[in-house]
Write a protein that binds this ligand. Structure first.
Ligand SMILES: Cc1cc2nc3c(=O)[nH]c(=O)nc-3n(C[C@H](O)[C@H](O)[C@H](O)COP(=O)(O)OP(=O)(O)OC[C@H]3O[C@@H](n4cnc5c(N)ncnc54)[C@H](O)[C@@H]3O)c2cc1C
Length: 418
């Protein structure tokens, strides 16, 4: 029998059979979000500036080390726990949740996910030694990691090697190239760059992808470009340039060849972008209910709930939200290395449903609440803009999910038409 006290709120992921640790982390995230992140969200959006104050709070609450193993001083959260907590943060500030995802992935991919990737004993030993350094930076110094992989080419879509290269030199690597859309630009202490090993021949190969941390203070590293987007404005996702940037061997976040294997072994690693948007969908739905009941603080107590058309729209929103949560809950419960074909297709379906569904719900929310609800002093128009961004995020854009799902449904691995 469950003797734990019930949560005082319904988490963004729904009412799942949470462990005590998950309950306590969800309560922490909910409280931080409600009292700190929600009141500040408009400010980052308006000025397209990074939510530094939220990061101070995340650091103080221990949430920057959420996925660092307990043996290394972290909170030791597993994949599913991270996904639940991220959705909770997303309902209060999308930009904070999305950037926090980039940081967390640098610890989750090198931590619990890497533990599920096949490595030789030598690779495992190398990885164990190197990740200690990265974990210690986060645990002891509160360091922030970014995760730039996009380059504006087919590489981030997983269809070509990265154009950014790393050439082996004595004691480390020389990095050259550029990245676009690097969230946390100027805020991160380290940039976990995906690049292709330059072996000196003409045939770059995606199997030679390297995952390397570049310290923000490295000579030859520069941030450029404006950041004035439609939504997720607080992510500050600018361009990065690397000109003969030297990093030591210790900066490798994974041994040679392991990132490529990891991406194939653990497809759910890319699903980590979704919880932010599940959080946004919850926020749009919650706002709509509050607004139609005339209960939004600071607004005139005008009720609009009596109109059948609005009741129907709320029902539609709830149905879509429940479907998203169910798929999401199932996908995080069964996320594992080497999922079955059905599990993988369900994962794609969950990702697509959340990324497209979040914006559907925000769109319905504005239509249903009406003109006065889209004013800038209310959160709905920001939720609408932020929620549009999920489907654009590589490698699993909404289009690429459809593409993968269709192909992988109709073709078994290695099958070709004559
Ligand atoms: C708010 C926000 C934050 C972000 N933060 C980060 C971050 O921290 N790190 C990071 O690396 N990226 C980040 N991104 C970038 C994101 O993941 C994408 O890489 C970016 O939106 C791609 O822009 P694009 O115009 O080059 O995309 P697209 O042109 O859509 O795609 C780039 C290339 O992928 C291939 N491709 C795309 N769609 C298809 C298709 N349907 N079929 C076949 N090939 C296709 C094509 O070669 C295309 O040229 C962020 C994006 C947003 C919106």
């Amino acid at each position: 029998m469950d003797a734990l006290p019930a949560l005082s709120f319904t988490p963004a992921v729904g009412d799942l059979p949470f462990t005590p640790k998950q309950r306590s982390l969800l309560s922490l995230a909910h409280e931080l979000g409600r009292t700190k992140f929600a009141p500040r969200a408009a400010q980052w959006d308006e000025s397209a500036s990074f939510p530094f104050a939220n990061y101070d709070d995340l650091r103080e609450a221990g949430l920057l080390r959420l996925c660092v193993p307990e043996s290394h001083g972290g909170l030791g959260a597993d994949f599913a726990t991270y996904m639940m907590v991220a959705a909770e943060i997303g309902r209060f500030c999308g930009a904070t949740a999305l950037t926090w995802n980039m940081h967390i992935c640098s610890t989750m991919w090198t931590g619990v996910l890497a533990d599920g990737i096949a490595m030789t004993d030598a690779q495992r030993a190398e990885h164990a030694k190197r990740r200690e350094l990265h974990f210690a930076r986060i645990v002891n110094d509160g360091a922030i990691y970014a995760q730039p992989f996009s380059e504006g080419s087919a590489a981030a879509a997983g269809r070509a090697p990265f154009g950014t290269t790393a050439k082996k030199v004595d004691g480390g690597w020389l990095i050259n190239g550029r990245k676009i859309f690097a969230s946390l630009s100027g805020a991160a202490d380290y940039y976990g760059v995906l690049c292709t090993e330059d072996r000196g021949d003409e045939h770059p190969d995606a199997r030679d992808t390297l995952y390397i941390a570049v310290p923000a203070t490295s000579p030859g590293f520069a941030i450029s470009g404006d950041w004035n987007p439609l939504g997720m404005r607080g992510t500050v996702s600018r361009n990065l340039a690397f000109k003969d940037v030297f990093v030591s061997d210790d900066e490798q976040l994974m041994p040679r060849g392991i990132y490529f294997r990891g991406a194939q072994t653990w497809p759910a690693m890319f699903f980590t972008l979704a919880p932010t948007y599940l959080g946004l969908a919850n926020a749009a739905y919650d706002f709509t209910v509050q607004y139609l009941r005339g209960e939004v603080p600071g607004e005139p107590p005008v009720k609009r709930r009596q109109y059948p058309t609005k009741q129907i729209a709320v029902a539609q929103m709830r149905i879509q939200l429940e479907a998203m949560k169910s798929l999401f809950g199932r996908a995080i419960a069964e996320a594992r290395p080497n999922p079955s074909k059905d599990e993988k297709l369900r994962l794609y379906a969950a990702h697509y449903s959340v990324m497209e569904g979040a914006n559907d719900i925000a769109r319905l929310a504005i239509r249903t609440c009406g003109g006065q609800s889209m004013m800038k002093h209310l959160p709905l128009e920001r939720l609408y803009r932020d929620s549009r961004c999920g489907s654009l995020m590589l490698p699993w854009t909404a289009e690429l999910i459809l593409d993968r799902m269709g192909r992988e449904t109709l073709y078994e691995a290695g099958e070709r038409d004559a």
